[in-house]
Design a binder for this molecule. Sequence first.
Ligand code: SAM
Length: 376
Amino acid sequence: MTPSHEKLVAHLLQAVGLPPHWRRAFEFVERHRFLPDQVTLPDGTTVDRLSAPEQWLGVAYDDIPLVTQVDDGAEDGTGYPTSSASMPSIVADMLRRLEVHPGMRVLEIGTGTGYNTALLAHLLGDEAVTTVEVDPTLAEQARVNLMGTGFVPLVVTGDGTQGWPARAPFDRVISTAAVKRVPYHWIAQSQPGGKILTPWGNAFHNGVLADLRVGSRGTASGRFCGNVAFMWVRHQRTPGQVVATYVSDEHEFRVRRTGMQPNGPLAFDANFAIGLHMPTVINVIEFHEDEDDQRFVMYLVDPDSGSWASWHVDPGAASHEVRQYGSRQLFTEFETAYQWWLDSGRPAVDRFGMTVSVDQQTVWLDEAANVISSMP
Ligand SMILES: C[S@@+](CC[C@H](N)C(=O)[O-])C[C@H]1O[C@@H](n2cnc3c(N)ncnc32)[C@H](O)[C@@H]1O
C-alpha cells in the first residue's frame, strides 16, 4: 500500500468503525485502479492523470467523491453528473450496514467504476457478486478495471431496477444509485430475511439510506439512516435547470415576508421530514455569487402545475421576502410541513421508516401504522 492508501484505510477504520474483514478488502483493493484519467472533484476542478499524475494519485485516496462521467457520456451537455466513484467513507459505511458475510449472494445496482464491486468480490468471491450498470461504456470499463485487479464478478449491462432474475434469489441487494420508488423486483428477487440497502429520496430531498428487511409476505420494511446524496437511477432523475425553466420575474407572483429563520427548516432532519410532505416539489438553493455575501435564495418548484416560490434569505435579518406563484402556495406548504415536524417532537430521520409492497411504498413515523405518505 502507498502511504496515502494506508492513510485512507486508517481514516475509514476510525470514521466508520470498519470490521476486520472489510479492512482487509479496503487494504487489498486499490481505488486508483478504478478511476479514469480525468476525475472531477467536489469543487468542480478536473484533475488529469496525464498532466498532474501526483495530484491524480493523491485525490484517488482522499475521502471525497470523484465524478467520472457527466451527461451520460454525451459531449456538449449541461455537465449533469451521471457517474462517480463514491466517497470512500460512504462506501465503507454502506458495506458495514449491509451485514454481508461469505456464503451470501449479492446484487449490486450501479457498478460505476467497479470499485465497490471489487470490495464485495474480495469478501464474497466472484461467483457471489452480480452487478448491474445501465451505461454500456461504464459497464465495459468496469469489467476491464475489475479484471485488471483480479476480479471477474458478473457485470450486467442493463437497467438495475429490474434486478437480475437469472441469479436470484439474493441475500443482499445494495444500490449505489438513489431511488424514489424502491423497485419491487429487488424484493421479489431477495430471500425472505434478506436485506435491501439503497439511497432513497424525493425531488425535495436527496437523501438518506433505506435499510430494509425482506419479509416472508412479499414486502420489505425498515428504517432510514445516514445522510447521503447519490446520483439517481436513470429513470427516476429529478430534472435540472428548474429555476431557469419555471421561475420568472415577469410572473405575477404574490409577495409577503416571513419571520421564519432558515436554520430550523433547512437542518437535515427537518428538511427530510418537510420533503415527505411535498415529495414532488424540487428544492434548489442558490447562494450569492460573492462568497462573502451570506444571502441566498431557496426556490421551490412544482413542474406539474408550474407553481414556484422563492425565499430570499438575508441571515441576521428579522424577516425575509417570500414570493409565491401559481395554483400551489408552495412556501405556505413548506411552513405547514415544518410546523408538523415541530409539533411531532422534531423526529430525527431514523424515527422514519418505509414499507414497500408490490403496489405501494409507504413512509411512516415510528411504526408502520403511522403512515406519513404513500405512493403507488
Ligand atoms: C454513484 S455511481 C456508482 C458508484 C460505484 N458503485 C463505484 O463504486 O464507483 C451510480 C451509477 O449508477 C448507474 N445507474 C444509474 N441508473 C441505473 C440503472 N437504472 N441501473 C443500473 N445502473 C444505473 C450510473 O450509470 C452510475 O454509474
